[in-house]
Design a protein around this ligand. Structure first.
Ligand SMILES: [Zn+2]
Length: 238
């Protein structure tokens, strides 16, 4: 079994190289859900905003705790609240793309997805221009068009491995428990700031304290990805 495990990734990688794409080993061929690592690092991600009430709540908690997160911003909400996108940037958070509208892109062709990405990039304005490298399609749903458009525009598709369903407004304790139960080195946590009220800000206060007490460092998604690239390079894989 050990041999089979070693041989299969090599074959997959060889096929990728022939196809002209060369994903790192920690990705499946299309999207990142987490980063296998022994380092106790976790990335918090916040989707759908900015929202004029919820986003400031979350930003206040992150500032108080001195944590940087990754905001997967929705274009139409960035246009409504440009000052909040600017504040996210000013506070040192990572800005990432979640599309323009919150509609599934899964069945769209590459050209249509590219148009959606272009609209989202424009909505994010000059502040984020040139620094956008992560894309999470709405609902985490994607097909060949999303994969092709993301690749063409230089995006890494980022999903998650921990989803506490905070958008459904469960009690704070449920959100906290759902995250802590699954927290592992390299995890990517999915949270939201696109509506009000949400239990997210209050849950984050507790989640951050508990994860830190357990020895975790909280990083942006790009930092998480870079950590693994370094490890891969050190081991001679890349
Ligand atoms: Zn979303």
């Amino acid at each position: 079994m050990k041999t089979a495990r070693l041989v299969l990734p090599a074959m997959v990688l060889a096929a990728m190289a022939v196809a002209g794409t060369q994903p790192a080993l920690w990705q499946d061929t299309r999207a990142v859900t987490h980063v296998p690592t022994s380092a106790k690092v976790i990335a918090l991600t916040i989707d759908d905003g900015p929202h004029y009430k919820t986003t400031p709540e979350i930003l206040a908690v992150l500032k108080d705790k001195q944590v940087r997160a990754t905001f997967f911003v929705l274009g139409e909400n960035a246009v409504r609240n440009p000052e909040l996108v600017a504040r996210e940037e000013a506070d040192g958070h990572e800005i990432a793309v979640h599309g323009y509208h919150h509609a599934s892109l899964a069945k769209l062709a590459k050209k249509e997805v590219a148009a959606e990405l272009a609209a989202a990039e424009k909505a994010l304005g000059r502040a984020a221009a040139g620094r956008l490298s992560l894309f999470r399609p709405p609902g985490g749903l994607y097909g060949d068009g999303v994969v092709a458009a993301a690749r063409e525009r230089g995006y890494t598709l980022v999903l998650w491995d921990i989803d506490p369903h905070d958008w459904a407004r469960p009690p704070v304790a449920n959100v906290v428990a759902a995250v802590l139960k699954r927290a592992a080195p390299g995890s990517i946590v999915l949270l939201h700031d696109g509506q009000y009220p949400l239990p997210t800000a209050r849950a984050l206060e507790i989640i951050i304290d508990r994860l830190r007490a357990d020895g975790y460092e909280l990083v942006t998604v790009s930092e998480l990805l870079r950590l693994n690239e370094r490890r891969a390079a050190q081991s001679g894989i890349l």
